[in-house]
Design a binder for this molecule. Structure first.
Ligand code: NDP
Ligand code: MG
Length: 383
């Protein structure tokens, strides 16, 4: 029987590539969600015939409602963040793939897990902001958390031999370095939105592309890796691999290193999360080693790229530290994309929020949202 999936954030970069995988694997779609792109969601409904859809932005939901009016076989329409959580919880899919961007994905991740669904997770912000709640829920509900982020998928793939996995001593988390690799603080000062949106290897949504330029993305991924694989941050080494061919590696007790390689194409990790433990057919081109010729390795510059340093401080503080860093970053990136702050302000603001409090201890979901609100307010009061 074909697998059925619910895809949250279906109109985004990961969402549309996930639908390429659904097409290639002949899967069925149970539910789809989008935030603002009505026309694209209508085209996806026409192609994939979901039973339920959710539009999170209220006016887009009204427009979608009007567009679907009178259509035979139109899906049930849910609205808003509550609708997204309801969609994530509905019985029907074999797996829920969460590719919403930002902390807006957290509630749906928890809702999917608590309803007993396996969760394929692209929304790294779920683990960064509420890692404690998400991992506890996974344990309590006995579901599988399948990483979609390419580095974490690589690590997950390298750990499939469960006997070796017991001897894991180190994770080598690779980073492309982004468009500004090797630049000094002075060179970064004048960087514009257009410069930062030009990623050398990956074609992604705007927020994560800016996060790649500031190295915030690697900081978020370090936190994500701590939650997914249970190693402390000092056992996770960030390695700059400019070509984005080695997607990450693991080291075992005998110092043997195993890596996962492939072309930089998110459809490969998306597919693995959906087909696991099986492997599907080719959805992306094969790696041409003869054309590639060289792989290079470098060290990430945390002195210049303050977001990475701030994320490390945030994990060391524990508790809601990562949530505060994430909230400040989401708000700062929004302001940068609106041309209201400079590139270096992002790192300054994220670091300042992390330095502003102790954040330690356990937390509830309400605490997470309060911390996020506080971090965003902090950004506005420190412009
Ligand atoms: P995009 O911005 O391309 O897509 C985001 C999706 O989320 C869209 O469907 C969007 O709807 C929806 N969305 C936006 N805001 C909200 C909201 N407030 N509530 C609910 N849904 C919302 O992002 P990406 O696909 O690039 O990234 C998605 C996630 O995957 C992020 O967490 C990112 O870090 C992670 N990721 C992405 C990678 C990539 O290559 N793109 C690689 C690894 C991880 P609409 O478009 O209709 O407004
Ligand atoms: Mg990644």
């Amino acid at each position: 029987m074909a697998k059925k999936i619910t895809l949250l954030g279906s109109t985004g970069s990961i969402g549309t590539q996930s639908l390429d995988v659904v097409r290639a694997e002949g899967y069925e779609v149970f539910g789809l969600s989008a935030h603002s792109q009505v026309d694209l969601l209508v085209r996806q409904i026409e192609e994939f015939h979901p039973q339920v859809v959710c539009m999170t932005s209220p006016d887009a939901a009204d427009r979608l409602d009007a567009a679907l009016a009178g259509r035979a076989g139109a899906p049930r329409l849910l609205r808003g963040p509550e609708g997204l959580r309801e969609l994530a919880a509905l019985d029907g899919p074999d797996v829920v793939l969460n590719s919403v961007v930002g902390i807006a994905g957290l509630g749906a991740s928890l809702s999917a897990i608590e309803s007993g669904h396996d969760l394929a997770l692209a929304n790294k912000e779920s683990l960064v902001t509420g890692g404690h709640l998400v991992t506890q829920a996974v344990e309590r509900c006995g579901v599988k958390l399948l990483p979609v982020d390419s580095e974490h998928s690589a690590i997950f793939q390298c750990l499939q031999d469960t006997e070796s996995a017991k001897s894991l001593t180190k994770i080598l988390l690779t980073a492309s370095g982004g468009p500004f690799f090797g630049m000094t603080t002075d060179q970064l000062r004048g960087k514009t939105k257009a410069d930062a949106l030009r990623h050398p290897n990956w074609n992604m949504g705007a927020k994560i592309t800016i996060d790649s330029a500031t190295l915030m993305n690697k900081g978020l991924e370090l936190i994500e890796a701590v939650w997914l694989f249970g190693l402390p941050p000092e056992k996770i080494q960030i390695v700059v691999q400019r070509q984005s061919i080695i997607h990450s590696a693991v080291q075992f007790s005998d110092n043997s290193v195993i890596a996962q390689l492939g072309v930089p194409d998110m459809r490969i990790p998306i597919q693995y999360a959906l087909t696991w433990p099986r492997r599907g057919g080719p959805v992306a081109p094969e790696l041409d080693f003869a054309a590639l010729k060289v792989l290079t390795f470098d060290v990430a510059d945390e002195e210049t790229f303050r977001c990475l340093a701030a994320c490390k401080k945030a994990i060391a503080k524990g508790g809601l530290g990562p949530c505060a860093a994430n909230g400040a970053n989401e708000e700062a990136v929004k302001l940068f994309l609106e041309d209201k702050i400079g590139f270096l302000d992002i790192g300054r603001l994220v670091e300042a929020v992390v330095d502003s409090d102790r954040f330690g201890g356990s937390y509830t979901l309400a605490d997470v949202y309060e911390c996020d609100r506080m971090a965003r307010a902090f950004v506005h009061s420190h412009l």
